[in-house]
Design a protein around this ligand. Structure first.
Ligand SMILES: [Zn+2]
Length: 224
């Protein structure tokens, strides 16, 4: 598996060189410098009593900071986990109160939901910053605009290994390597079902990505 990963990485870099050759100017010259590549890990739908602590343990073991997209009702059930996420230096993202599809909601409906969700998060972790919003199912509708008005940046993703479908640890790992590009945002889940594959994949992925030159970061807050 290591060798196929290296081949994929080489193909990725080769692809970057081809793209770079087609562009004028020195601004693109760093495309092939692996050390400058950044990736943001994001975890949706928690906190979850079993899997959020496991994800946090893996992140702590590898000294990586990530972003957690919290569902309000889950934050209400597990306030101590919200505090742990914050205490360990991770970032918070508002992922709505009930994980409803908001694509047809009015601004007022969305604003009420997002405000209530942030309130629940801050009840659990007083004073915590919630700089991001991610729409459930990526069904944005008006929500990105409303979220921006509430001071939250739209948090999308560029890498989706479909870990929620439990495709197997190797499939999750391989999908991340195949889809990742510089500045990538990886979508994974610490809740919503059995996430033991996600936890195992994460433990493999972090050292592999580091060895490939990736640096872990938070998503940009001015994206979208
Ligand atoms: Zn979700």
């Amino acid at each position: 598996m290591d060798i196929s990963r290296l081949i994929k990485r080489a193909a990725l870099v080769a692809g970057a060189i081809v793209v770079t050759a087609g562009l004028a100017g020195p601004a693109h010259a760093r495309t092939t410098t692996a050390a400058a590549d950044t990736v943001a890990l994001t975890f949706d739908d928690g906190p979850h009593a079993t899997y959020t602590p496991q994800v946090l343990d893996v992140l702590a073991e590898h000294q990586v900071k990530a972003t957690f997209c919290l569902v309000g009702t889950q934050a209400q059930r597990y306030p101590a986990l919200v505090r742990r996420i914050v205490a360990e230096g991770h970032a918070l993202c508002n992922h709505s109160m009930n994980h409803a599809n908001m694509s047809t909601w009015t601004d007022a409906q969305i604003r009420a939901d997002l405000t209530a969700t942030t309130q629940v998060i801050r009840t659990a972790a007083p004073g915590a910053a919630v700089p991001y919003f991610r729409a459930p199912y990526g069904a944005w509708g008006r929500s990105a605009t409303v979220a921006a008005g509430l001071g939250m940046a739209r948090l999308g993703w560029t890498v989706d290994p479909r870990d929620w479908s439990r495709p197997g640890v190797d499939a999750i790992v391989d999908a991340v390597h195949a889809q990742l590009r510089p500045g990538g945002i990886v979508l994974m889940h610490d809740a919503g079902g059995n996430r033991s594959q996600t936890v195992q994949a994460l433990d493999l992925l972090i050292p592999q990505l580091r060895a490939d030159g990736w640096t872990f970061t938070f998503p940009p807050t001015l994206a979208g």
